[in-house]
Design a protein around this ligand. Structure first.
Ligand code: KE4
Length: 437
């Protein structure tokens, strides 16, 4: 008598059906768990620091909707705000007071953002800000950094990090050569390389766009002076510095990396946290530049659901909660520091060469002998070991982002219990990785 096969899990059944209708069964590539050769989990609900999959399994969640869920899942203030807003209608197509209220909160958190516009994703924010930079300067060249991911606008799908890097694809199919001909890609943390390009091409450079802390090749901090050096190079050349704070904004501090590192820049992009988990993006900066945006100026930009009432309500509830509880960032820092230190100790005890790289509540586990300082180093890390570690952690109820070239995120809902659960799982998972054939 053959052994009865165990019933397919609900996740696996949903995944199988979805693959007939959605590419790889997902609406964003990384969710397919292919980079870690894992089983995609389908989620029924989130609560605080936890996700619950459709089979009822609970996970300590470090994906956090890719950084958006700084308060944790289903925060009461956010849920109530969205429910109340929805009862008044979901979209008007004309301006509503909450758009102004959220814009005022963002200006207060980022004084250098003198004027801004809301959009519906980080990609849209970056696409719009690059068009603005080119329209304002009358120049074409854009500088980005290898492993930096700024969404999937054509001009930036060149050695992008995040999904593309995970799939080992230097640039996407379907992107015409002309679309990337004006995009220069440099090594992150390499100010000399940036200097050389500015020396040669400075007069043609519209802008340099950078993640102030790289999160899309794994978490890679800027080396001291790197960001300040870019600021000086851009200013000297009459180019614009764009800080892409879609991931770091209001996470690394209430005013993002800009506040944490006391940075100056001409333009900024935001997303994720400022929308509390609803679709959002924003771009903004010096008013003199922003006044070039339609209908004031010649740079066209538009969006049906930009500033929609539900995203505004979720974003406002999130920022108001953070604004009223500034010590929350100290708590977040303490939790994240304890977690990173515990992971380092667990890896050391298992005899593994691991770099746990963290800035504030963003972190990444790299299986590497040396610190990872750019995309080349990240690619040299042992991604197969990371995949094994990811699978072992998932099996023990801890969900890390299902790809090496991603950052993991601690939320304000993570506390001692969640850190203890995570470190206990990591001790076993590192041992399992270490004992692989
Ligand atoms: P979205 O278009 O995905 O909302 O934002 C694009 C974007 C722009 N800039 C930065 C710094 C970003 O990190 C992102 C998006 N982050 C990824 C996480 N690595 C989104 C996750 C996904 O693609 O599914």
């Amino acid at each position: 008598m053959s052994q009865a096969k165990p019933p397919l899990s609900a996740s696996r059944r949903l995944q199988a059906r979805a693959e007939a209708l959605l590419p790889a069964g997902v609406n964003s590539p990384v969710r397919a768990f292919r980079a870690v050769q894992g089983e995609p989990r389908w989620i029924a609900r989130g609560a605080g620091a936890y996700l619950y999959d459709v089979d009822g399994s609970r996970y300590v969640d470090y994906i956090g909707s890719w950084g958006a869920m700084l308060l944790g899942h289903a925060h009461p203030a956010v849920t109530a705000a969205v429910q109340a807003a929805a009862a008044h209608g979901t979209s008007f197509g004309l301006s509503s007071p909450e758009e102004l209220a959220l814009a005022e909160r963002i200006h207060e958190a980022y004084p250098a953002i003198e004027m801004l516009r809301f959009v519906n994703s980080g990609t849209e924010a970056v696409m719009s800000v690059l068009r603005l930079a080119r329209g304002y300067t009358g120049r074409d060249l854009i500088l980005k950094f290898a492993g930096g991911y700024h969404g999937h606008a054509d001009a930036l799908l060149v050695e992008a990090g995040s999904g593309l890097a995970t799939f080992g694809t230097a640039s996407s199919a379907g992107v015409p050569a002309a679309a990337v001909a004006a995009t220069i890609v440099l090594p992150y943390n390499d100010l000399h390389a940036a200097q050389a390009v500015f020396d040669q091409e400075g007069a043609k450079i519209a802008a340099v766009i950078v993640e102030p802390v790289a999160g899309n090749m794994g978490c890679i901090p800027p080396v001291p002076g790197f960001l300040q050096g870019l600021r000086a190079l851009a200013a000297n050349a009459g180019a614009l510095l764009i800080l892409d704070e879609v991931m770091t904004g209001s996470r690394l501090a209430y005013g993002g990396a800009t506040e944490r590192f006391q940075l100056e820049a001409d333009l900024f992009t935001l997303g994720k946290v400022i929308g509390g988990g609803l679709p959002i993006g924003a771009f903004g900066g010096r008013a003199e530049i922003m006044r070039h945006i339609s209908p004031l100026g010649p740079v066209y930009q538009a969006g049906t659901l930009s500033g929609n009432p539900l995203s505004m309500a979720a974003g406002l509830a999130t920022l108001e909660t953070l604004r009223a509880d500034r010590p929350a960032y100290q708590r977040l820092e303490a939790t994240s520091t304890r977690l990173a230190a515990g992971l380092r100790e667990a890896a050391r005890s298992a005899g593994l060469a691991v770099q746990v790289q963290s800035v504030g509540s963003m972190f990444t586990v790299f299986f590497a002998e040396e610190p990872v300082r750019d995309f080349t180093c990240a690619n040299r890390s042992d991604t197969r070991a990371f995949a094994a570690f990811h699978r072992a952690m998932t099996a023990r109820g801890v969900l890390l982002p299902p790809a090496q070239f991603e950052a993991a995120f601690v939320s304000l809902a993570h506390g001692d219990q969640e850190v203890d659960l995570t470190l206990a799982a990591a001790a076993e998972a590192f041992r399992a990785v270490g004992s692989r054939a």
